[in-house]
Design a protein. Sequence first.
Length: 225
Amino acid sequence: MLYFVTGTDTDSGKTLVSSALLHAANGSTIGVKPIASGCEQTSQGLRNSDALALIAQSSIKLEYSQINPVSFEPAIAPHIAANAQGVKLTAQGVVKSLPLAALLSADFSLIEGAGGWRLPLGNGEFLSDSVKRLNSNNELGVILVVGMKLGCLNHALLTQEAVVADGLKIAGWVANQVDPNMANQQENLASLQQIMSAPFLGYIPHLSQPSAAQAAKFITLTNLL
């Protein structure tokens, strides 16, 4: 099954959850990140820490350019970085850049988004438009990562509404504690469990030294749609 991982905002913990899901999955696995900002210039070219984290947890090994085909060095909105470099981002272009054959042949595969559900690509298009194109046969599920902090209830519900309005299903959601000092954490989590319509995959507490293996202990794939 192929999944798209999105978050309630930029720092919700998509990469940690994506890495944990790949770590916990059985069989052949692969994770990709089609668009990434904040990349580091290396002797091998631009490299993104999120993409490298997905590679580390994937059993299927591909070229880096297949995992992260669109990369920008500045840690800014991708469409702004693209415009500065004269690069045109399109929904169809993102789809064409993906190693779909490998993604569809794996036992468990995921595509990690950038930012939130409505990440702009420019010219009136959004990354969510790419996901809609990928879902032409209703074979793709969305996994929502809720960054647990003040305001997360509103962000989670608005994202859920947007995903459903776009004709996709949320296959599951994960609560990730990004703010260790969040007031009434348990009450907020209980509220989310009541108001979210998708299966709850787990709650990841704030980890001082987060890793895929450590985070995987707090999630389950059995409830995934």
